[in-house]
Design a protein around this ligand. Structure first.
Ligand code: GCW
Length: 601
C-alpha cells in the first residue's frame, strides 16, 4: 500500500469514528468496528472499488475499496466482493425551499430558505455539515456512489451562482465518501433565467449557454457527475416545445458535459405529450423506441421499473426491451409514494428483485433510487423505511443478494441482535410488500389512490377537469359485469410491446399470471380463476388476506417489545396500528365499491 493511500484510509477511519460518536444511533451504523484492522492496497485486483476481506485484513485496489471493505467487515462479511452497477445513485426530489416532493420524513437535508433579518426576502439556508456527513457515511456504507441533489421538477435557480456555490460545498463534504453530485436541470433554464430568448436545443446561443454553464460547474466541482432531466412530462419544458426530439434535447446537454466526462440521465417517464390519448402505459415505448441509436454515448435513458408509476405491483416496463443501443438505468422508488408512504411498513427489496427477474441487471449500467430521506430524527419517517434505503444500496452493489439476507443484515445492524432470533422480524419484512398489494390493489388492479397525495383508496375517483390518466376509474373500468383494462392484442395491445415469451403469456387470461390479470385483461366478475373461485371471490380473498397479514405484524412486533428501547418500540407500534386501520379502510372501501357496482340500484 502506498504511503499516501495508507494515510488517507486511516484518516477516513478516524473521521468515521468521530462522526459516529456524535449521532447515528438511529441508523444501521451501530456495529462496533473490529480492532486491529490491516489495510492493504493491491494493484492487481480488478479495476473497481471492490474489496477482499480475510480475517481482519482488508485488501482493495482503491482507497474507496478499503472504505467499502471496512463496512463489509462490520457486517461480518469475508471474501471478495465487487460492485455490480457502476452508477449507484440516489435521486432526491428536494425543492430549493426545503420541501420534498413525495417526501414523508420532514424537509430536505440539503436545501431550505431563511428569512433575512429585515424580512426583505430569503437567504439560502446554510449547509448542515455534520448531518450531510452522516448521510454520506450511511450511503458509503452500502456502496452508493452518486446523488442527485434536487427534484426532477427542477427549478432553474439551481443553475445560478449562489446555488452552484452551495452544490460545491455539499460536493466537498461528499467527495471523501466516494459520492459524486449530480443535478436535475430544467430544460427551459436558459430562457427561464432570462439569459437567452429560447431554449431550443438546436439554437447555437442555447448550446453556448449550456456549454458555459457546464464550464462554470466544473470549475467549482471538477468531479461533477452530470444532469438528470425530466422533459416534456407533466408540464415540464422540453425539446418538443421547439418541434425537436428527445434525442436533440439530450444530445445538446450531453455535448456540453462530454469534455468533462459528465453524463445525462434522460427520463422516459412521459405521457400526455406526443402520444396523448394512447394507453398511458404504452407511451414511453411510443416516444423513445424509434430514437434508439440516436443518442450520444454519454446519454443514459432512465426508466421507472414499471410502465405506469411506482404502483405496489406493475409488470416490468417494456421500454427496457426496446432500447438496444442506448445505455439504460432503472429508476426505483425508495420513498413509498404509493405504498403507504412512511406510515406503512413495506419492505421493498422483494419488489425490486421481482423487477430484476424480468430485466436482467446485466442490461443496465446503473440504478437510481428516489430517496426517502429527510430531517426527521429517524431519517426516513418510519424506522423500518430505513431498511429500504439500505436495501437499495445493497442491491445496487450486488443485485443477486437475497431480499431476506439484506433484511437480516439491516435488522442485525440496526436493532438488538436478540430481537430476531426466531426470524419473525425477517418474515414480517419479507411478507410486507405482498400484504400491501393484497390490501390495496390485488390481481393487477392499479392507481386507485386518492387524488394528488396518493395515500388511501378512491376507486370512484373522477374529476372532469383532470387529465383522465389521473383518474382511478380510468384504471379499473369496473361496471356491473366486468372489471379491468383490456391491454391484450384485442384491446390497447400493450402486451404487444413485450418480448417473448411474455407477450404471449400476458396476452391470454388463461396464461396471464393472477398478479397481472386485471392489468392486462377485462373480465366478468364471474370469471373462473385458477383457484376455482370466481374473480369476485378471489378479489375478496386477497383483500382479507392482506388485512390478516397486518394483524400478524402487530403481534410480531408485540413479541419484540422486550428487546428494544421503549421509544422506538412505541413509534413502530403506533404506526403498525395505523397501518392495520388503513388496511381495513382499503379493503372495506374497495370491496364496498366493487360489490355495489355489481348490484346497481
Ligand atoms: O409519480 C409521479 C409523482 C410526481 C413525480 C412524477 C415523476 C417528481 O406523483 O410527484 O414528480 O411521478 O416521477 O416525475
Amino acid at each position: 500500500m502506498s504511503k499516501q493511500g495508507t494515510l488517507t484510509a486511516l484518516l477516513l477511519l478516524c473521521l468515521i469514528t468521530i462522526v459516529k460518536a456524535e449521532d447515528g444511533s438511529q441508523l444501521w451504523l451501530r456495529s462496533e468496528m473490529p480492532k486491529d484492522i490491516t489495510l492493504r492496497i493491491d494493484n492487481t485486483m480488478p479495476d473497481d472499488d471492490g474489496y477482499r476481506i480475510s480475517g481482519n485484513t482488508i485488501t482493495a485496489r482503491t482507497e474507496m475499496g478499503l472504505l467499502y471493505g471496512k463496512y463489509a467487515l462490520m457486517r461480518g462479511e469475508q471474501g471478495e466482493s465487487h460492485p455490480f452497477f457502476k452508477l449507484r445513485i440516489l435521486n432526491h426530489w428536494d425543492n430549493l425551499d426545503g420541501s420534498i416532493e413525495r417526501g414523508y420524513a420532514g424537509n430536505s437535508i440539503f436545501w431550505g430558505l431563511n428569512p433575512t433579518p429585515k424580512g426583505e426576502g430569503n437567504h439560502i439556508s446554510p449547509i448542515n455539515k455534520a448531518l450531510i456527513n452522516k448521510y454520506a457515511e450511511a450511503c458509503a456504507s452500502i456502496g452508493i456512489n452518486g446523488t442527485v441533489l434536487n427534484n426532477v421538477n427542477a427549478s432553474p435557480q439551481i443553475l445560478t451562482k449562489p446555488y452552484i456555490d452551495k452544490v460545491k460545498e455539499i460536493a466537498d463534504i461528499l467527495r471523501p465518501w466516494g459520492i459524486r453530485v449530480y443535478l436535475s436541470v430544467n430544460f427551459g433554464s436558459p430562457k427561464a433565467l432570462g439569459e437567452v430568448k429560447t431554449a431550443d436545443p438546436l439554437n447555437p446561443r442555447v448550446q453556448r449557454w449550456w456549454k458555459k454553464k457546464a464550464k462554470q460547474i466544473y470549475r467549482e466541482i471538477p468531479d461533477f457527475g452530470g444532469f438528470l432531466v425530466k422533459a416534456n412530462s407533466e408540464g415540464q419544458p422540453g425539446p418538443f416545445d421547439y418541434g425537436r426530439s428527445h434525442a436533440d434535447g439530450a444530445n445538446m446537454l450531453a455535448d456540453a458535459l462530454a469534455p468533462y466526462g459528465g453524463i445525462v440521465m434522460w427520463r422516459s417517464f412521459v405521457y400526455g405529450a406526443k402520444h396523448q390519448g394512447e394507453d398511458r402505459v404504452k407511451q414511453a415505448v411510443s416516444e423513445f423506441a424509434e430514437l434508439d441509436g440516436q443518442f450520444r454515448p454519454n446519454v443514459i435513458l432512465q426508466s421507472k421499473n414499471g410502465p405506469l408509476d411506482f404502483q405496489p405491483r406493475e409488470p416490468y416496463a417494456p421500454i427496457f426491451d426496446h432500447m438496444k443501443q442506448t445505455p439504460q438505468m432503472a429508476e426505483l422508488q425508495i420513498t413509498q409514494e404509493y405504498l403507504g408512504q412512511s406510515k406503512h411498513l413495506v419492505y421493498l427489496a422483494p419488489m425490486w428483485q421481482e423487477f430484476f427477474s424480468f430485466v436482467k441487471p446485466e442490461r443496465l449500467v446503473g440504478i437510481a433510487g428516489v430517496a426517502n430521506i429527510g430531517l426527521d430524527t429517524n431519517w426516513c419517517g418510519h424506522h423500518f423505511s430505513q431498511a429500504n434505503w439500505y436495501a437499495f444500496g445493497r442491491l445496487a452493489w450486488n443485485p443477486t443478494l437475497t431480499s431476506e439476507q439484506i433484511a437480516q443484515e439491516w435488522i442485525n445492524q440496526t436493532l438488538d441482535s436478540k430481537i430476531n432470533t426466531d426470524s419473525k422480524l425477517t418474515s414480517m419484512l419479507m411478507r410486507s410488500r405482498e400484504a400491501c398489494v393484497d390490501y390495496m390493489m390485488p390481481l393487477g388492479l392499479h392507481h386507485i389512490f386518492k387524488f394528488d397525495h396518493h395515500m388511501g383508496p378512491e376507486p370512484d375517483g373522477f374529476k372532469a377537469d383532470y387529465p383522465i390518466e389521473w383518474c382511478p376509474v380510468y384504471y379499473h373500468r369496473a361496471n356491473k359485469d366486468s372489471i379491468g383494462v383490456d391491454r391484450s392484442s384485442t384491446g390497447t395491445n400493450a402486451t404487444g410491446q413485450y418480448r417473448q415469451p411474455y407477450r404471449s403469456i400476458y396476452d391470454k387470461p388463461e396464461t396471464c399470471p393472477d398478479e397481472y390479470l386485471l392489468w392486462f385483461h377485462r373480465l366478468p366478475w364471474t370469471y373462473r380463476m385458477k383457484s376455482g373461485l370466481t374473480l369476485w371471490e378471489e378479489l375478496q380473498r386477497h383483500y382479507n388476506h392482506g388485512v390478516a397479514e397486518v394483524d400478524d405484524f402487530v403481534n410480531i412486533w408485540q413479541q419484540a417489545k422486550p428487546y428494544i428501547d421503549q421509544q422506538r418500540w412505541k413509534e413502530v407500534d403506533s404506526l403498525l396500528r395505523f397501518q392495520q386501520q388503513d388496511a381495513r379502510l382499503w379493503r372495506d372501501t374497495c370491496l364496498k365499491y366493487f360489490g355495489e357496482m355489481q348490484h346497481p340500484h
